[in-house]
Design a protein around this ligand. Structure first.
Ligand SMILES: [Zn+2]
Ligand SMILES: [Zn+2]
Length: 283
C-alpha cells in the first residue's frame, strides 16, 4: 500500500524538540527514516506560538522543555526561526530528492494570533497550516495547557471548556487549513484519579466542534497517536469531508506511527486518497 503523507511532524525547529540536546540534525534524520520505511511525503509542521508566557506547575513540561520555565513558573519561548527552518528544508530536499518534503507550521490558538502570524504566512513559504488549540484561559489573563488546568478545575470542566473553544477558534481565524488533535485535552486526562476517558458524556461537544470545523470547509486531522473510531465516525456524520493523517512525531522513529491501521479505519468510513500523498483524503 502507498502511505499518505505524514502531515504533522516536528524537528529541531520546534521549541519543544529544540530544547532537547539530541535535537540537531533531527529533520535530516527524520527524512532518512521516511525513505527507509517507504513514506512518500512529510510535512514539517513546526510549532508557531505567539503566547508570550504561560503558567505551568512543577513537572508539567517534558524533561527537556523544563529549561524554558522561568523562576515564577512561566514558560517563555524563543521565537520561531523561519529562515533557519527554510534553509534546513532546502538542504533536506537536496539530500533526499525522492521524498516529497513540504513546509508547514502547527499554529497555536490561531484565533488569538492571526495578526502576528500574517508576516510569516504572507511570505508564501508555508505550504500547510495546522491549527491547534493547546491553551485555555486560567485566571487573571493567564492561559495554560489542559495538563495544568486539570490541577485547578474538574476534568469535566476542562473538557467542556476545551470543546466550547473549538467553534470560537474556527470562527476567529482564517489562516489554518486543518484542525489538529481534537482529542488534545484527553492526553492529560487524570486517569489515575477518575478512570479512563469516556467520550460519550462529551459527545454533543465533540459533535458541535466538528460541525463548526466541517462547515468552515477545513479538514480534521486524524492524530495517529491514538486510533479512536468515534472520531472519524462522528466527523463523517457531522458532514466532515476531508482528513489528514498526522503522527505528531517529535523523533524520527515515531513518524507514520499506526498509519496502516489509521488508513484502513478511514477507508471504512468512506474516505479515499487524493492524487498526491499530501492531498487530503476525502469522502
Ligand atoms: Zn499540538
Ligand atoms: Zn504537534
Amino acid at each position: 500500500m502507498t502511505l499518505p503523507a505524514d502531515s504533522h511532524v516536528h524537528s529541531e525547529w520546534s521549541w519543544d524538540s529544540g530544547s532537547d540536546p539530541s535535537s540537531p540534525g533531527r529533520m535530516a534524520r527524520t527524512c532518512e527514516q521516511a525513505v527507509r520505511i517507504g513514506l512518500p511525503a512529510l510535512i514539517f509542521t513546526e510549532h508557531l506560538d505567539f503566547e508570550d508566557r504561560w503558567r505551568v506547575d512543577d513537572g508539567d513540561m517534558g524533561e527537556h522543555a523544563e529549561v524554558l520555565v522561568d523562576d515564577d513558573g512561566y514558560v517563555r519561548l524563543p521565537p520561531f526561526d523561519l529562515d533557519g527552518y527554510l534553509d534546513a528544508i532546502d538542504r533536506c530536499r537536496s539530500a533526499y530528492p525522492a521524498l516529497r518534503i513540504l513546509t508547514g507550521v502547527e499554529f497555536g490558538q490561531p484565533h488569538l494570533w492571526d495578526d502576528r502570524a500574517a508576516a510569516i504566512f504572507n511570505t508564501g513559504a508555508i505550504d500547510r497550516v495546522n491549527g491547534s488549540l493547546h491553551m485555555l484561559p486560567l485566571t487573571g489573563g493567564d492561559r495554560t495547557e489542559p495538563r495544568t488546568l486539570y490541577h485547578y478545575r474538574t476534568a469535566d470542566e476542562v473538557m467542556w471548556e476545551y470543546l466550547a473553544e473549538i467553534p470560537r477558534m474556527v470562527a476567529g481565524s482564517d489562516s489554518f487549513d486543518v484542525f489538529t488533535h481534537i482529542d488534545y485535552a484527553v492526553r492529560a486526562w487524570p486517569t489515575a484519579d477518575i478512570g479512563p476517558f469516556d467520550p460519550r458524556p462529551f459527545e454533543d461537544g465533540f459533535r458541535e466542534g466538528m460541525r463548526a470545523i466541517a462547515a468552515s470547509g477545513r479538514a480534521l486531522e486524524m492524530n495517529t497517536r491514538r486510533l479512536w473510531s468515534w472520531i472519524p465516525q462522528w466527523w463523517a456524520e457531522e458532514g466532515g469531508r476531508a482528513v489528514t493523517f498526522g503522527s505528531d512525531a517529535h523523533v524520527p522513529e515515531a513518524i507514520a506511527a499506526n498509519f496502516p491501521e489509521a488508513t484502513a479505519m478511514l477507508e471504512s468510513f468512506g474516505f479515499r486518497p487524493g492524487t498526491r500523498p499530501e492531498d487530503f483524503w476525502t469522502r
